[in-house]
Design a protein around this ligand. Structure first.
Ligand code: GDG
Length: 737
């Protein structure tokens, strides 16, 4: 069992070099607390940037820094100031952050930023490789490191990787504007498990994967070559006990023990009894909606002037990313707004807004939470928003009102808060009034629900849930191995092949012998395939059938001169040894006249789809349509056809991006079973990728070796990953004579 490696942009350690002396203090953020059990208490390692640039690190102190970090189970990635500029302030915070928070107008697409982002992600991946092993479990965090999973996967194909995104994943319409969108998705898909705060972010991500990479997605599984990637939501919690205890300690402090801020807040309450304190705490970031909140506050005071002098808004804006121009502009905007409103509305005894632009020590933060009556959080977009949860955890007497934006991930779990749309000033003014006037019993009832939920789903549970899901995936994979064609299983099959007196093989074509092509007519066989099929079909005592849903004309062109045995249109037609196709089943096709116009109307309404007309069946192909739209139309068509057909003679087959209407008594299972019954075969083999091949897997005898191409659910005994592996398998047969 390997160790767990956590990887994030910043290490959970504050490094300082002052007058040549190094200090390393563990930081106590939510993430560090949540991961304590997988990091420091377990056999873990945390890799990240130390916060010191290469230029700021005297080379003679390198080893001292390394050993201080090693004592805390940490290891550093060294970044120079150009890298920080392009990777952190550039691509991460001038491209991804605004784009993922729906601020398209602030999003900058700079090739230099992207190049640096790639290089720095590679540095992080290299650090994992240098410090770990393939049997370690790796958990990558957040939007700064989206390419790391695939970079690690390339070196260690079997490693277990989880990724968690702490910010929203935007809708496809937004995400697709990014020039490097495919690379970013492919980077993330190096993971085994990808976690988001909410189901909506998960849904947006899956939609982008389907539409931009054209991958198959079933529920929350993504099928990529030989791997299944799971996507799930894990709403992050807080260290509830820490906030609850700190609030109790704050309440217990008396006299000189009280912090400055506590004393000031107490004085305010004494001098103005009955007034309400409204607090808001955020990093100074445009996504947090601070300017809008200030405007909404002014709107409220004008709409309900009776509250002037009765309420005060305290804004704590923590400095953040001040190298990014947008943040400097925002700072100026807020300074001016606060100045203007205070200038216009203040009285001798009352200032409407107290504004702090700084970071406070933890205990001051708690005092601010506990002294306030209302928390008012209005992000325009926020992955989760932990401040909302922290405010509730500090309400030890269960009083207090939380007003929270619907646009925060936490709103999904905090239904008992007063939820608002931050763009709706009217609603916010009324909600503030409601909060100010809310009776104690109602506050207590709401907070009791909220607290119970936050206590239960705290940050440790969040981390353990994620790690549990990641480790489970490995277990699931292990339990699936019986189905995978391992080298040993292949040896056994080869032995049976070699020793059998009579062999029978059924080989599906599309998706099995050949990969899919946008235009099915272009997916013609290549020379290597012809050579392989020639060898096998010429082997003694071997009957090889190509078995396909395709029309007989195409197969006549491709394979008749080769004299392969063929069954086409799922079993309507058969050709042996180069003879003309004959009907295998007596089928009627009158129904086709009725069904064709229906399919045509779906083609008209579904760009990219088309009809394939065969002698006794009609197929509607939708591989080249927009995937979401195509699936929706397929469901619709299924419903229409089912109600139209209404008898058992005709059936609908849902294949791989194709829906086929055909006679019910015709399928690959029935056809292959009929061939099997003609002679006494000792070795029977069937391989196919599609739902229509399942009929063969079901109807052939138990002793048959049945192989599914792909990882989807199947009745076959074994699976292989894709057409490339099928070829390898057949090459093996070809050598066995
Ligand atoms: C990102 C996502 C997601 C704030 N001021 C002070 C201070 N804080 C602490 C709070 C809280 C944290 O900072 C802020 O967390 P948020 O969740 O509110 O927001 P982001 O920083 O934007 O975090 C966000 C989060 O990642 C986790 O996945 O929820 O959506 O944007 O813990 O307490 N702490 C101290 N002094 C302050 O002045 N000590």
């Amino acid at each position: 069992m390997g160790k767990t490696i956590i990887i994030s942009n910043r290490l959970p350690v504050q490094l300082k070099i002052e007058q040549g002396k190094l200090s390393a203090t563990p930081s106590v953020g939510g993430l560090a607390t949540g991961l304590k059990s997988v990091h420091r208490d377990g056999n873990g390692l945390w890799i990240g940037w130390s916060g010191l640039t290469e230029e700021d690190t005297p080379s003679e102190m390198e080893s001292e820094i390394d050993s201080a970090l090693a004592d805390l189970n940490c290891s550093k990635v060294i970044l120079n100031s150009d890298e920080i500029e392009g990777f952190y302030f550039g691509f991460s915070n001038r491209t991804v952050w605004p784009l993922f928070h729906y601020f398209l107008e602030y999003t900058e697409y700079e090739l230099n930023f992207w190049e640096t982002y790639k290089n720095v992600n590679q540095k992080f991946a290299d650090a994992i490789i240098a410090n770990g092993n393939e049997d370690d479990t790796i958990w990558v965090h957040d939007y700064q490191l989206m390419l790391v999973p695939q970079m690690v996967r390339e070196v260690w194909p079997n490693v277990n990787i989880g990724f968690f995104l702490h910010i929203p994943f935007p809708s496809y319409e937004i995400f697709r504007t990014m020039p490097w969108r495919e690379e970013v998705l492919q980077g993330l898909l190096g993971s085994d498990l990808i976690g988001f705060h909410t189901y909506d972010y998960e849904r947006h991500f899956l939609s982008s994967v389907r539409r931009l990479l054209n991958l198959d997605v079933s529920f929350n599984d993504i099928y990529l070559d030989n791997r299944v990637i799971k996507v799930d939501s894990f709403p992050m919690g807080i260290d509830y006990q820490k906030f609850e205890k700190a609030a109790e300690a704050s309440a217990a402090r008396t006299g000189d023990e009280r912090n400055d801020i506590q004393i000031r807040l107490d004085e305010h309450k004494k001098s103005a009894p009955g007034t309400k304190l409204i607090v808001s705490i955020d990093r100074l970031d445009y996504s947090k909606g601070i300017a809008k909140r200030i405007n909404a506050f002014e709107y409220f005071l004008n709409k309900y002037p009776e509250y002037k002098t009765k309420v005060r808004l305290i804004i704590l804006a923590v400095p953040s990313r001040s190298n990014v121009p947008q943040y400097q502009l925002l700072k100026r905007e807020i300074d001016e707004l606060v100045g203007r409103i205070n200038g216009e509305l203040s009285t001798v005894n009352w200032t409407p807004i107290w504004y702090f632009y700084r970071s406070l020590p933890f205990s001051d933060l708690i005092d601010l939470y506990t002294s306030s009556d209302i928390a008012w959080l209005t992000p325009l977009r926020d992955g989760m928003n932990l401040v909302a949860k922290e405010f509730i955890a500090t309400r030890t007497d269960k009083k207090g009102v939380l007003i929270l934006s619907e646009m925060a991930g936490s709103a999904y779990e905090m239904n008992e808060a007063l939820l608002i749309n931050p763009n709706n000033f009217e609603q916010q003014a009324d909600t503030l009034k409601k909060a100010i006037e809310m009776p104690d019993e109602q506050q207590i009832a709401r907070n009791t629900f909220l607290q119970n939920r936050l206590k239960r789903y705290n940050v440790e549970t969040w981390a353990n849930d994620f790690m549990g899901a990641l480790n489970n995936m490995k277990l699931e994979e292990v339990s699936n191995i019986s189905l995978k064609l391992s080298a040993q299983v292949l040896d056994n099959i080869s032995e049976k092949y070699r020793s059998a007196k009579k062999r029978l093989l059924f080989l599906d074509y599309d998706g099995t012998l050949s990969g899919f092509h946008k235009d099915p007519q272009k997916a013609s066989p290549d020379d290597e395939l012809y050579e392989l099929l020639d060898t096998i079909s010429n082997q003694e005592n071997t009957t090889m059938f190509l078995i396909s849903g395709r029309d007989k004309d195409t197969f006549t062109r491709w394979f008749l001169p080769k004299k392969y045995n063929m069954i086409v249109e799922h079993g309507v037609w058969i050709s042996r040894n180069g003879e003309e196709f004959k009907m295998m089943e007596q089928v009627k096709g009158e129904w086709m006249e009725k069904i064709r116009p229906v399919l045509e109307s779906f083609v008209d309404r579904t760009p990219g789809s088309f009809i394939e007309e065969k002698n006794y069946s009609l197929a509607w192909h939708y591989r080249n349509t927009d995937p979401d739209f195509g699936n929706k139309r397929a469901t619709e068509l299924n419903t229409v056809l089912t109600s139209l057909i209404g008898n058992d003679d005709i059936s609908i087959l849902n294949g791989n991006k194709v829906m086929e209407v055909k006679n019910s008594n015709v399928n690959k299972g029935r056809a292959s079973a009929r061939i099997f019954s003609e002679e006494n075969y000792q070795f029977v083999f069937a391989i196919g990728d599609d739902w229509t091949d399942e009929f063969m897997f079901q109807e052939l005898p138990d002793s048959a070796i049945t192989v599914k191409v792909g990882l989807q659910k199947t009745d076959a005994k074994y699976h292989v990953e894709g057409p490339k592996k099928v070829r390898e398998l057949l090459k093996k047969f070809a050598t066995l004579g």
